[in-house]
Design a protein around this ligand. Sequence first.
Ligand code: SAH
Length: 397
Amino acid sequence: MRYPQLFLNVKKARSFKGYHPWVMDRSVIEPAAPLTAGETVELLFPDGRWIGRGVYNPHSRIRVRLYQWDAGAELDAAWCQTQLARAVALRTARAAVHGQLSAVRLVNSEGDGLSGLVVDRFGEYLVVQITSQAMLNWLQPITEWLVEHLQPKGILLRMDPRTASSEGMEPREEVLWGESPSGPIEIVEHDVRLKIDLLSGQKTGYYLDQRANRLRAAQWVAEGPLLDVCCYLGGFSLTAARWGKATRIMAVDSSIRALEQADENAKLNGFDNVDFVQADCFDYLEHLSQEKQQFQTVVLDPPRMASNRAQVTAALRAYYRLNLSAVNVLQPGGMLVTCSCSGRVERSDFAGMLASVARRAGRSVQIVEAFGADFDHPVDVNCPETEYLKCFICRVR
Ligand code: SAH
């Protein structure tokens, strides 16, 4: 073997199934001679059996990211480009049936065998988000492949500063290729026009994972007022305005920047029944509940509440508080669309939280439909932790 070898420690070896892309710091025996971040390594069981080939990072709790389980195959630029081609082909296979989407996630990190790489297409632009040091090794071949096969106007690099620091990387935000958009760019989703700021918007600009759920939610929006909590650019509200029967829509978020864009988006579509409110979701829902306001539909799509196992209990308490207030402002027979993007919070625990809410409120809550992220966010069965999104559509009596 040509690369430095790293051994799994005996205690972890028994439960290690071998195909998970993350190998944590406590699972490996540190090498006698120090390795540098970004080096390719071979991972072996304590008895010497080969597991896979990956990339070492001494700064990250994910000490090794595994990418190659075929001992005879390389882990190089050509490998990375093949993975990209597969990922894009998956999206094309589906888009062929449903028509061209103007915004789509082309690469979904572990779900596409490229741990730490996200590529979203927004119209003629691509946004690349790097969340692992390992992916910096292939930034050049990635950019070249995207330019050659997708011919974008520009490719932007985004990095979340917190994730970058957990990987020991300098956060970078730059134009990797071509031109930068001069302002927000327009996409169309479910016949709704949306302007999105790729340079300063949250994450890569827009939450594509909720695409299908926005339409599914809209299908349940009956006549009456709708409350959209944590609305960002207005995705759920505007889809409901287009396809649902809401009379008035009130959309709440803490980010003034998001709300200004959301308000422009409502005007762009000619919707004049949407009001945007800047507020903290917890305070505002409790305030509405005290005021005895009533809605036909409430959408709850708060940000991630738990980023590790220790935070799960507190996250469930926060979800409980939000959902209880939401149920309190729902008229009998109303619909609650409640989401969680905390991967650490299990689907069953989220449902259990709703049961506590129902008991406390003295209401009946039926889960009518339950979903995850849209098709362009595939999940590798070996890495179930990345299946983070839950969206329950519930009838509340
Ligand atoms: N529903 C949106 C996505 C929501 S992402 C869509 O369909 O695209 C979560 C949103 O919650 C972000 O817009 C963020 O600005 C907002 N947010 C974060 N903390 C908040 C808080 N305490 N109160 C209200 N909004 C909050």
